[in-house]
Design a protein around this ligand. Structure first.
Ligand code: 1PR
Length: 530
């Protein structure tokens, strides 16, 4: 029997799903005394270090956990479940960790490095371990802003290291106590294999192949994301649709490109690094009333073991009976249904307008701040729907302009990118640069950058737009809208340095398979996850 130490600080549904999919039963730790009764214990920490330790203390779990670890009993820590083993973290100064492993947790901090470290990276397995039995050098999924430093004092714990600006401990193990910084439950088949070794209590096993004993630097991959725009069609069925410049109707009817769960599963099998669902009418319908959408998410998360993002309708809402819901309530339900990240569109624009009107002062009132405080910055994606506005000169507007290689209808040589809300229906007096910067300051962890002008055109990503936003923030940016062929992916990575590229239409219509994109990127020398 496997015991899960879910102390209620975040979303562990993905891990539960992975464990069930592997055919294992789980029991929950409900009281301090359950910890010492556990046969195998998993600690899937999420969120901030200080919040995790504070909850462990409040629940009376710290002492039994220390006793369990001191006895060398089977333990698998994941993410914060690794970091908590150390003495403390710069994330939460003054808060003591479990102190099992010597050393402190530090923030990633190197010029030009996007933080969080979010995506697929290699691990250098430095010695044989049953956890990595059969491991053949596949990339694994990481998402964290803080890391454990390898030191002489913790050398006996060192199992694997990864480079992200600096080398850090991506796996530790001593005896039967082990922990990993990456998320095995979100790392596809390679992660599930590792998880199975722990769950099955396999103590022997073959040594890791591939990168074992390897000393070369690990390589962080660019991500290729499949996006499913979802809404009800006129018959009331939830379908994957796809617009041309956000118009999803053809001859009056909503385009139907397939069933959401089936398509998501197909993209997982075909090697998508992440799947994003956008509930595109969420701005007008209350998402919590949209049970089919929540069901789609639940069923997908039982079968798809890469990160899932969902957006659409995340905002405060009062229903017909007068009951008020906060944006955090809406996000909670998405996380409970299997999302790893949520994406906020229209409400982020409103939040930024209010934040700028306050003179750039944070007051904790925005959905971005509230959701990030509970689930961590990495779980909050901002989806931007910009439209190009041409001007004759930079002086003609107060907004951040680009000099454009594609002049406007009257030969204008400059343009700025106006944020819109409600699926592009309404433009606001906010540009992408001020929106992206303000969202980063409010605590967002990633930007999903669409383009209404390029969406569905197959004309390629808008490099001017994407380059402008990439240069403005240090959180990861996902380029979206306009992918028409494999070359467009290589182009956007080379020209802008974004961390990920997303496409919809070419994948749905089977014009370009995900593996064709990846093969081409590999040929171009761009690091990807195979
Ligand atoms: O504003 O928080 O309720 O969120 C609504 C979400 O729905 C936003 O993320 C917004 O981008 C999205 N959305 C709203 N209306 C539409 C529409 O198409 N009518 N979809 C829409 C936006 C954009 C992409 C698309 C790429 C790639 N879709 O995500 O998948 O452009 O397409 P391509 O590769 O075929 O060019 P809120």
């Amino acid at each position: 029997m496997i015991s899960l130490l879910d102390y209620g600080a975040g979303n562990v549904r993905s891990l539960r799903n992975a464990i069930h999919a592997l055919g294992f039963e789980l029991t929950e730790i409900k009281r301090p005394e359950d910890i010492l009764k556990a046969e195998r214990l998993i600690f899937p920490g999420v969120g901030a270090f200080g919040a995790a330790m504070e909850r462990l203390h409040r629940l009376g779990y710290v002492e039994p956990l220390k006793a369990y670890l001191a006895a060398g009993r089977p333990y698998l820590g994941i993410c914060i479940g690794l970091q908590a083993l150390f003495e403390g973290s710069d994330e939460s100064p003054g808060v003591a960790g479990l102190g099992v492993i010597p050393g402190r947790i530090r923030r990633f901090d190197a010029p030009g490095l996007s933080v969080p470290h979010m995506g697929w990276n290699d691990v250098r397995v430095e010695r044989d371990s049953p956890l990595f039995a059969g491991y053949a050098g596949e990339k694994l999924y990481f998402v964290h802003s803080y890391h454990a430093e390898p030191h002489a004092e913790n050398a006996d714990w060192r199992l694997a290291t990864t480079d992200y600006g600096t080398p850090f401990l991506s796996a530790v193990q001593r005896g039967r106590v082990g922990a990993v910084q990456f998320h095995p439950e979100k790392s596809g088949a390679a992660g599930l294999r590792l998880l199975r070794h722990f769950l099955a209590g396999e103590e022997g096993g073959v040594p890791a192949a591939g990168r074992s004993a390897c000393t070369e630097p690990t390589r962080f991959a660019k991500r290729v994301i499949a996006c499913l725009d979802v809404r009800s069609n006129d018959a009331g069925d939830l379908v994957v649709t796809k617009g041309d410049q956000y118009d999803v109707r053809e001859s009056g009817a909503v385009r139907n490109l397939g069933k959401p769960v089936e398509l998501a599963e197909r993209y997982y099998e075909e090697g998508a690094d992440e799947i994003t669902f956008l509930n595109i009418t969420g701005f007008r319908d209350f998402p919590l009333a949209d049970q089919p959408m929540l069901e789609v998410l639940k069923r997908t998360s039982e079968r798809v073991f890469v990160p899932l993002t969902i957006g659409g309708g995340i905002r405060a809402f009062t229903d017909d009976s007068g009951r008020a819901y906060s944006a955090l309530d809406v996000a909670d339900e998405y996380f409970r249904s299997g999302a790893d990240k949520i994406s906020i569109g229209s409400d982020a624009v409103a939040a930024v307008e209010a934040y700028l009107a306050r003179g750039g002062v944070k007051d904790g009132s925005t959905a971005i701040e509230q959701i990030a405080a509970v689930y961590g910055n990495q779980a909050v994606v901002i989806s931007i729907d910009p439209r190009r506005v041409y001007v004759d000169s930079p002086e003609a507007t107060r907004h951040a302009v680009v000099e454009t290689a594609t002049p406007g209808p009257n030969g204008e040589r400059y343009g700025w990118f106006q944020c819109t809300v409600k699926g592009g229906r309404e433009g606001r007096d906010v540009d992408v640069v001020e929106l992206a910067r303000a969202c980063e300051a409010l605590g967002a962890g990633e930007i999903l950058l669409n383009s209404i002008d390029r969406d569905g055109t197959g004309a390629g990503f808008d490099l001017e737009l994407i380059g402008q936003v990439r240069a403005a923030v240090s959180i990861p940016v996902i380029a979206s809208s306009g992918a028409g062929c494999v070359e467009h992916f290589a182009e956007v990575f080379a020209a802008t340095g974004v961390e990920a590229a997303l496409a919809a239409g070419i994948f749905h219509r089977r014009e370009v398979p995900i593996q064709a994109v990846k093969s081409y990127l590999r040929e171009q020398g761009i690091e990807i996850r195979s």
